[in-house]
Ligand binder design. Structure first.
Ligand code: ADP
Ligand code: MG
Length: 780
């Protein structure tokens, strides 16, 4: 806002203030940020004074700020004013008042809901600097590696003026560079990178540097993407464990089965299960007697996994095949996610289904959920264009309060009501007609689709009408920047998956503002209204004109997955448009159900990780002490050599200490890897028969607890045995064949495409029990 305009800050978003106010009042976990307005006004006045100063004076002022205290008004005002002036001089960006307001709120630990294109990056600079100057170590968690690098680099002149150093961590960096980046005052990285490095630290030996210092303050960009959409993604550190040699015969046998007769897919397409006929067909093809026999448990599990791969996981929806590799596509972002794979053999099953080389099976050394990483920060704040929609969850799960920041210029985008049709075909026809109409008028159009195949299909439909669209999806992400840059030009038609979502800025071409700006058309809504909001946000940035509208149908997955429609629509036009008012809230309803399911899924996932996390923490505590502290090592040795204290003395001798330490670490890590492997097997159902039927979670925890209880004693035994052999041989661990993994790598395990672990357990039970009963009937 320029100084000629009124200094009074709007406290609601322009344009949709009424609607906003109603929503705002209803959303628990939100807060009115107008109490920061006077502060911002003071800061602007002070900034105007600073404008007269020389560059040298401003630098001096910046360097003199040591510990801005957000709770002391004068201190906060001075910091915001100086930071604002530094940004103007060193970044050539003068923060808008709304940006200062967001920064003030975030320095108070609030989450800022700020629309797309409002300049959240710059707000992040102010907040990061404010925290760093107060002596906190700051991590700015970016949406991807590219943005981390970009933002750290462009913010550097600003940070330097305050005597602060900012650095970025990215995927391809060697350990020393990572360590250096984490040692900076402000570190830009994705939550994934931080998580991976924490995992690496947990495996470190006496020779390795520690990468990540104690987690302090996090400023999370696109906060709800990290804390909700990605929250339950397990980050995995894996070591090589040979290739999976399970046979192709199974995949071939499953591929020949027929849907409906040999297996059934539930209406939500989350689960597929064999029918009796299917089981018999499999047994015949595999030449075995009874697949439900105990000796075939592993085969039965593998068959179920192969069935999932065959029937539920779809090419060009959940994954693409690129360069002979199966690559996962993120549902929320519509883009290929590097280093991501499915767990529990499903990935190999898909590789076999697609006939590509089956990649090495990894042995999971350790894993951590994104949410667990982020929860470890001492304090957290963040910003997003769709934080408001997530406010309630952020408040419940993380005790974060969200406030809405008004846009700098009035948002004049028109969000039209949904156009609901009876069938997908009619929906598409209507959307094509709308694109054609806009195209004729020279308006640029961005069409958002839910999947890669949808984007290609819709581009085909447009092509049949003589409209050539640029397609942007996970298969051609290389051209992303170019396609996006062109998307706002007059006459451009772009069809994109959700990858045109977060962090992307579509600028309007010449004259486009006069023809109404960008038209965003959503083809079916997403499972979450937040993702709908992200797509709409591509239009109408920084006061640009624009429109958004969703074309939907009652055949859309979101609807069919989550609702049973009891009645047929009565009022349907000839072109299939439903005007029946009873269907007006259909989508809201379906999305609420969908969001409820995700919430439930997150709860169960969290529950499944809880006990394991506690076990890990206790093991890591021992590990860290043994690693860093000679006295702790001696204590450990004394404990395992209670009856032979002379051995503890022998091994804690400075000449032998390192070998003893390496031995203890080796066996602790080995034990943990085995423990995790065992838990995976439990989940996969190998131990199904040992589990009671009542509560899979209780049983899971019971088994986990029992196994972990024995882990300490087992490790001591192994350590004693190894040390004995080492003493005899005089060699090192390698000579005994005790090697740490020769190569480690990281990957994410995707959100389970067919339900939470708990769902799957329950489902396996159901299937085994159902199957078991059916067979009894058959045999007797
Ligand atoms: P967001 O992350 O909120 O979508 P960005 O931080 O990517 O937005 O900024 C969008 C664009 O606005 C960038 O080109 C940025 O340089 C510009 N911008 C941000 N703040 C200002 C400002 N105060 N004055 C002028 N341009 C700004
Ligand atoms: Mg951004």
């Amino acid at each position: 806002m320029s100084s000629t305009q009124s200094h009074r800050l709007p406290t609601t978003r322009h344009g949709r203030a009424g609607a906003w106010f109603r929503r705002f009042r209803q959303v628990p976990g939100t807060e009115d940020l107008s109490r920061f307005t006077p502060l911002v006004e003071d800061a602007v006045r002070r900034r105007d004074e600073l404008r007269e100063l020389t560059d040298g004076d401003v630098s001096e002022l910046a360097e003199s700020i040591t510990a801005p205290d957000p709770h002391d008004a004068a201190s906060l005002v001075e910091f915001l004013a100086v930071a604002s002036e530094v940004a103007r001089r060193h970044l050539e960006l003068e923060p808008f008042e709304v940006q200062l307001l967001a920064a003030a709120a975030m320095l108070h630990g609030r989450v800022a809901d700020m629309a797309t294109g409002e300049g959240k990056t710059l707000v992040g600079y102010l907040v990061a600097a404010g925290n760093a100057l107060s002596g906190s170590r700051v991590h700015v968690l970016s949406a991807n590696d590219y943005l981390a690098r970009r933002d750290a680099a462009s913010g550097a002149p600003f940070f330097t003026a305050f005597g602060l150093r900012a650095a970025a961590v990215s995927d391809d960096m060697p350990a020393e560079d990572r360590q250096a980046a984490y040692a900076a005052d402000i570190t830009y990285a994705t939550a994934h990178q931080v998580g991976f490095d924490i995992l690496r630290d947990r495996q470190r030996t006496a020779d390795d540097p520690r990468l990540v210092p104690e987690l302090d303050v996090a400023v999370v960009d696109e906060l709800d993407a990290v804390l909700i959409d990605d929250a339950m993604v397990p980050l995995v550190l894996a070591g090589d464990a040979g290739t999976d040699d399970s046979d192709l015969a199974l995949a071939a046998a499953v591929a020949e089965l027929r849907a409906g007769t040999d297996y059934e897919v539930d209406p939500e397409r989350r689960n597929a299960s064999f029918t009796d006929a299917g089981i018999i067909a499999l047994e015949r093809r595999l030449g075995i007697e009874d697949l439900y026999d105990e000796e075939h448990t592993e085969l039965l599990t593998a068959a179920n996994v192969a069935l999932h791969a065959e029937a539920l996981v779809k090419r060009d929806v959940q994954y693409v095949v690129e360069d002979g590799r199966v690559q996962l596509v993120s549902d929320a972002r519509g883009r290929v996610v590097e280093r991501q794979r499915w767990p529990d053999g499903l990935h190999s099953a898909i590789e076999r289904k697609e006939g590509v080389a089956v990649t090495a099976q990894a042995e999971v050394l350790d894993q951590v959920l994104v949410e667990t990483v982020v929860r470890r920060y001492r304090s957290m704040t963040g910003m997003s264009g769709t934080a408001l929609e997530a406010a309630e969850r952020l408040s419940e799960d993380l005790q974060l309060r969200t406030g809405v920041v008004a846009t700098n210029r009035p948002n004049v985008r028109v969000d039209e009501p949904d156009q609901l049709y009876a069938t997908t075909e009619q929906r598409d026809a209507a959307a094509v007609a709308r694109v054609a109409q806009a195209h004729l008028a020279g308006e640029p159009v961005l069409v958002g689709t839910r999947s890669i195949s949808d984007s290609e299909r819709f581009a085909e439909l447009l092509s049949e009408q003589g409209i050539e669209a640029r397609v942007l999806n996970a298969k051609n992400h290389a051209q992303e920047a170019e396609v996006i840059a062109a998307a706002g030009q007059a006459g451009a038609v772009t069809v994109s998956t959700q990858m045109a979502g977060r962090g992307v800025d579509i600028r309007l071409g010449k004259g486009v503002a006069d023809t109404g700006g960008l038209l965003v058309i959503g083809l079916s809504r997403y499972d979450s209204s937040r993702l709908d909001g992200q797509l709409r946000g591509r239009a109408g940035r920084q006061g640009d004109p624009g429109r958004s509208v969703f074309y939907t149908s009652i055949e859309d997955e979101v609807v069919t997955d989550h609702l049973e429609i009891g009645h047929q629509p009565r009022a349907v036009r000839a072109d299939g448009k439903i005007t029946d008012r009873r269907f007006a809230k259909l989508y809201e309803h379906a999305q609420r159900v969908a969001e409820g399911k995700v919430l439930q899924l997150h709860r169960t996932t969290r529950q499944y990780h809880k006990v394991t996390d506690q076990h890990r923490a206790s093991l890591l505590d021992t590990r860290e002490r043994v690693l860093d502290d000679d006295a702790a090592l001696l204590k450990y040795l004394e404990a395992i050599y209670k009856s032979k204290p002379e051995l503890a003395t022998y091994w804690s001798d400075p000449d032998r200490r390192d070998l003893a330490r390496a031995t203890v670490l080796y066996h602790l890590d080995r034990a943990w890897t085995d423990h995790l492997g065992m838990l995976t097997e439990v989940r996969e159902g190998i131990h199904l028969r040992a589990l009671a039927r009542e509560s899979p979670l209780d049983e899971f925890n019971l088994i986990a607890g029992r196994n972990f209880g024995k882990l300490g004693a087992r490790t001591s035994r192994e350590v004693r045995r190894t040390l004995k052999e080492l003493r005899k041989s005089g060699g090192g661990l390698e000579d005994l064949g005790l090697r740490r993994p020769s190569s480690t790598w990281t990957y994410l395990i995707t959100d389970n495409p067919f339900g939470s672990e708990a769902d799957r357990l329950a489902d396996f039970f159901g299937r085994v029990l159902r199957g078991g009963r059916a067979r009894e009937v058959e045999h007797h």
